[in-house]
Design a protein around this ligand. Structure first.
Ligand code: GLV
Length: 321
């Protein structure tokens, strides 16, 4: 059976895949993702595809692959780049890698919150530029994270881990989720608030929802207008959960104080994106799950899903349409 892997993976999972006797494994060996044209050519006649968030897996690609395709295994928890319904319609199983990246992503969200609150990037630049010529009681003043109110938008696995971290900083935790989760929330010391209330109340708002048609631009101009001027927005979910043009306007006008973003509407973020010139925006290159250990676990899970799909077994972690 033919398998295509759209990048080199961390750890030894690729070697294990390559040692499977009945598989012919091809790997896109460059650092950058395969351009769509190359991917379309590469998938012809495939039985299994192991892909990443950078690859668009749509109906046209599935048709280019052909009816023998059994499984699309995505090495990520989010699958907004995969047309899951089109896969289901063609009997193609879809796998993802939930769970193993939860803590690592929550660590990064918390790091972004601390960095934005205490202006770490500006402070490091200040030192590098040689501006630190004397100590001053009023230089680079930020805001406290400890004791502040955190609004978690989406109390899934990563949102819950964010709440656990917040408890260690004596934060008051509010959450909004599609449906209330009273038992989980009680264990976390988190209180449900309708989204408009949460936005109006929280000092920090951290986004942890999947990107779906319902959450596309969930944080739009109206949502940003509800936030107080000292509020800080953290996004480690997907860029399109936020209306980026509205966010840029809000950061420019001082409608909100700052943003810490691991994700942007277009990735990689174009160098002319105004976010990169704003002193109150931190933009990272989508590294939420980027610890060595976690990326290795994700690769292992993606390979396990792929092998199960190839052998017509239920996937250990299947995504349903
Ligand atoms: C990363 O963005 C993921 O969804 O795993």
């Amino acid at each position: 059976m033919k398998v295509y892997v759209t990048r080199k993976l961390s750890g030894d999972s690729l070697a294990r895949l390559q040692s499977e006797p009945d598989l012919e494994v091809t790997v896109w060996n460059q650092e950058a993702p395969p351009p769509p044209h190359d991917l379309h050519r590469a998938v012809r006649g495939l039985h299994g595809l192991l892909c990443l968030v950078t690859d668009r897996i749509d109906a046209a690609l599935l048709d280019a692959a052909g009816p023998q395709l059994k499984v699309v295994s995505q090495m990520a928890v989010g699958v907004n780049n995969v047309d899951v319904a089109a896969c289901a319609a063609r009997g193609v199983a879809v796998g993802n890698t939930p769970g193993v990246l939860t803590e690592t992503t929550a660590d990064l969200a918390f790091a972004l919150m601390l960095a934005a609150a205490r202006r770490l990037l500006e402070a490091a630049d200040y030192v590098r530029k040689g501006d630190w010529t004397f100590w001053s009681p009023t230089t680079l003043l930020g805001v406290d994270v400890y004791g502040a109110t955190l609004g978690i938008v989406g109390l899934g696995a990563t949102g819950q881990e964010m709440a656990r971290r917040a408890a260690g900083f004596d934060m008051r935790v509010l959450y909004w989720s599609r449906r209330e989760k009273p038992e989980i929330a009680q264990g976390l010391g988190a209180t449900y608030r309708p989204l408009p209330d949460l936005l109006a109340t929280a000092d920090f708002v951290s986004l942890h929802v999947a990107l779906t048609p319902e959450t596309h631009h969930l944080i739009d101009a109206a949502a940003l207008a509800r936030m107080p001027p000292h509020a800080i927005l953290i996004n480690t979910a997907r860029g399109d959960v936020v209306d980026e043009a509205a966010l840029i306007a809000a950061l420019r006008s001082g409608q909100i104080a700052a943003a810490g973003l691991d994700v942007t509407a277009v990735e990689p973020v174009p160098l002319n994106n105004p976010l990169l010139l704003l002193p109150n925006a931190i933009v990272l290159p989508h590294i939420g799950s980027a610890s060595r250990a976690t990326r290795t676990k994700m690769a292992d899970m993606a390979v396990a899903n792929l092998l199960a799909g190839l052998h017509d077994q239920p996937l250990p972690h299947a995504v349903r349409a």
